[in-house]
Ligand binder design. Structure first.
Ligand SMILES: *Cc1c(COP(=O)(O)O)cnc(C)c1O
Length: 417
């Protein structure tokens, strides 16, 4: 049927229909998805959900004019999260809908500052990012009419400041590093990138989307974490997603700047339409107030100790996954992941064939193409399924080895995010 039903469906019928839709979804609750959903303890989940739905109808676009509640929660979240990431108090930060929007706004501000300072016209300028940078940088660059230069990383998987330096020219508007990068989970040398940024007077963005709300606590509990935040000299902006390791409901990300002048560049101002002055700090207009309330609630419910406790569990789990994976023939973890993202290669068997078998066993396989590797972003959802995962990985690997020895090709999983 191509039109809506003439007579609306009852709430009960809708509920049944929704249950039917979910039927074929990946069973993320059981840890079957290596990304997309981040698990926290069930109570924190409920607290976030309740707060989200209490502000189901309010619109965060109207935070300043209509909803002082949303404005207050948003400011409070940004102040406390900014302090956690050593952002200067002069800049309030921006609450956005996700990493992609945060990166877009930072890139636009860097472009406008750089073009103005260097006298570069429309369509000019470039940004220099490591090969491992998130596709959001390319999306931003393409949309903002800037060239994006992707530079090879070193053998540890980290950005190589010397090669990045070679790619800088008079038209370079921004450098970026990740903390950590999504593919390998390693933190780029932000201090060295900061030195480069200062030497050449270029904006440096730190993409801490995935690590921003995990790394400070991992450091607190005693793991070595290199400097990566707004406290590093030369960093102009930083993105950190609350809807990842902040365990807050989607959509929720934060963006911080080194000065209020830079923050001001990121905000959109307009007055040439019938209604008069229009100003938004975000790219999107209407946005869910539930995201703001949910973030406020989860952050305050967990508190510093809650985040430290979760970080302790996540890192212990990571260590256990690494140890277990390395008992499966041929597997080794790529590089030395700083946080809870791991990529693991196999020296003997085709990992894309292993991934296809894992898929048949109900696991959504995370993959990287260079090097060919399986990939997981661990959260508490992956705690209880570890033994089953390893068992299935062992079985799939043995199966592929058997097929390879018999000269059979076997199905391959495609890398598609
Ligand atoms: C998730 C992620 C992004 C993009 O964030 P979205 O919230 O999906 O838009 C950017 N960078 C890194 C490193 C990420 O892990």
């Amino acid at each position: 049927m191509n039109t809506l039903p003439e007579k609306g469906m009852s709430q009960a019928a809708i509920s049944d229909a929704l249950d039917a839709f979910v039927k074929d979804d990946i069973d993320w609750q059981s840890g079957r998805s290596p990304l997309y959903v981040f698990g926290t303890d069930p109570q924190a989940h409920e607290v976030g959900r309740d707060a989200f739905f209490r502000f189901y109808s309010e619109n965060a676009l109207g935070a300043n004019r209509a909803f002082p509640s949303v404005k207050a929660m948003q400011e409070d979240v940004l102040k406390k999260c900014g302090a956690l990431l050593n952002a200067p108090t002069s800049d309030g930060g921006v609450f956005t809908s996700g990493g992609t929007e945060s990166i877009f706004l930072a890139t636009r501000a860097a472009r406008d500052e750089g073009r103005a300072r260097k006298g570069i016209g429309k369509g000019g300028g470039n940004i220099v990012v490591p090969f491992t940078a998130h596709p959001a940088f390319r999306k931003a660059a393409e949309s903002l009419d800037i060239e994006e230069r992707r530079i090879a990383v070193d053998e540890s998987g980290r950005a190589d400041p010397r090669q990045m330096q070679d790619a800088i020219d008079d038209d370079t508007l921004m450098l970026a590093g990740s903390a950590p990068c999504f593919p390998y989970g390693v933190i780029d040398p932000i201090t060295e990138l900061g030195e480069l940024a200062q030497r050449f007077n270029i904006w440096l963005h730190v993409d801490a989307c995935v690590g921003g709300y995990l790394a400070p606590f991992v450091r607190d509990i005693g793991y070595p974490v290199p400097p990566f935040d707004m406290g590093v000299a030369g960093v102009a902006s930083l993105s950190a997603d609350l809807h990842k390791y902040g365990y807050c409901p989607k959509p929720a990300s934060t963006l911080f700047f080194s000065s209020s002048k830079r923050a001001d560049r990121a905000s959109f101002k307009f007055n040439e339409w019938p209604c008069g002055s229009f100003r938004t700090p975000t790219l999107v207009g209407t946005r869910p107030a539930g995201g703001v309330a949910g973030a406020w609630a989860v952050l305050h419910h967990l508190g510093m100790q809650g985040y430290r406790d979760i970080a302790t569990r996540v890192m212990a789990m990571r260590d256990q996954y690494v140890a277990d994976i390395e008992t499966v023939p041929g597997f080794g973890v790529f590089g030395h992941p700083d946080l809870a993202i791991i990529a693991f290669t196999n020296a003997q068997s085709n990992v894309f064939q292993i991934a296809a078998l894992m898929r048949e066993r109900g696991w959504l396989p995370g993959l990287t193409q260079e090097p060919p590797a399986l990939h997981i972003m661990l959260s508490l959802l992956h705690e209880t399924c570890r033994e089953q995962y390893i068992e299935d990985l062992r079985w799939s690997t043995a199966e592929v080895a058997k097929n390879q020895a018999a000269g059979k090709a076997g199905a391959k999983a495609k890398v598609q995010y």
